[in-house]
Design a protein around this ligand. Structure first.
Ligand code: FAD
Length: 299
């Protein structure tokens, strides 16, 4: 049986209190949200915090809030809440797609979006999703608040710009018209981490061409989270099978997977190519459907 090293425990009752506790207990203290990444690491002695600061009572960080231009998600929002949210399914179907294939109900009932982004595991699904959605994150410390892009949040595998005495409080997703997004993952068995996964988000111009496109891949060694050449190939084009095939080919070429117990490099490149094509098809179809709905609602 794996048992973590000894630690002390404090339960915060507000964001300010959590920040005070982090400051008081210093560099060996660590936040715990759902605990589904941190506790396994502690059991394997890959993490040995001396103090755990529990943020599960911070209901102020558990929300989904929509306005005309941005959807805000509190960092303590659980996977299960995201999966069941109608507003998420309507605006950002990529999140609903991803949540269907993240772990199992036990993990989804506890694990949080904030913990997922802060863990920065290269095989983690919501990070790719947030890159693809051009999310911004809000980080709070004792001296105030700052907002970062996803590209600035993630500094490498398991490394983020959130300092030891800070909390990620909120994720902001820009809301766009004629917008569609999708996510698809291949895993060894249901509930497992990705062998490879792909996400896409597109917005369409009035003439039906692709105005903006983002393509992201999970578990294939991408530094930036998205595949720039594939995105450039899509921009300005008309959605078509030929265009998707070309963008997917570039995505497969531009990722850098490792060969491991989940499969060899060639197989992962093939998955990156195939999954990119599929998510582009679905994202463009969803964007066209959303555009049609918006047009119908006009007086
Ligand atoms: C069996 C199993 C299968 C899984 N499968 C998948 C999968 O297929 N895909 C997938 O994406 N994930 C998967 N996960 C991970 C799961 O999604 C976790 O819930 C998630 O990675 C971490 O969220 P958490 O709330 O549990 O974070 P925790 O474990 O509590 O914390 C993770 C890290 O983030 C820090 N942290 C947490 N919240 C904050 C915050 N608000 N501000 C700053 N730092 C913070 C902690 O200090 C810690 O370093 C799996 C986990 C398990 C156990």
């Amino acid at each position: 049986m794996q048992i973590p090293a000894a630690f002390d425990y404090a339960r915060a009752d507000s964001v300010e209190h959590a920040l005070e506790l982090l400051e008081q207990h210093g560099p060996e203290s660590r936040l715990i949200a759902g605990g589904h990444s941190l506790l396994p690491m502690m059991k394997l002695r890959l993490a040995r915090p001396e103090w755990l600061v529990d943020i599960n009572d911070l209901h102020e960080l558990d929300f989904i809030s929509e306005d005309a231009e941005v959807l805000r998600i509190g960092a303590l929002t659980r996977h299960a809440t995201l999966l069941e949210s109608d507003v998420i399914a309507r605006l950002f179907a990529i999140i609903t797609d991803a949540e269907h294939v993240i772990a199992d109900p036990v993990v989804r009932n506890r694990g949080t979006i904030g913990g997922s982004l802060c863990q920065a595991d290269p095989a983690e699904d919501l990070s790719t999703v947030c890159h693809v959605l051009s999310a911004e994150v809000v980080i709070r410390g004792r001296s105030g608040e700052r907002t970062l892009s996803m590209a600035d949040l993630h500094r490498g595998p398991y490394e983020t710009a959130v300092a030891q005495d800070e909390i990620l409080t909120e994720i902001r997703l820009p809301v766009r018209p004629r917008f569609g997004s999708a996510y698809e993952k291949v895993e060894r068995r249901v509930g497992d981490w990705a062998i490879v996964a792909a996400g896409a988000a597109v917005s369409l111009a009035g003439d039906g061409s692709i105005e903006q496109a983002r393509v992201g891949l999970t578990a294939v060694g991408l530094d930036s989270g998205t595949v720039t050449r594939a995105e450039e190939a899509l921009r300005g084009g008309r959605p078509s099978e030929e265009l998707f095939v070309e963008a997917a080919r570039l995505a497969g070429e531009d990722c850098s997977p490792d060969s491991d117990q989940r499969g060899p490099v060639d197989y992962k490149r093939h998955l990156a190519d195939e999954l990119t094509r599929r998510v582009l098809r679905r994202a463009c179809r969803r964007a066209a459907e959303q555009g049609a709905e918006q047009t119908c609602r006009l007086p």
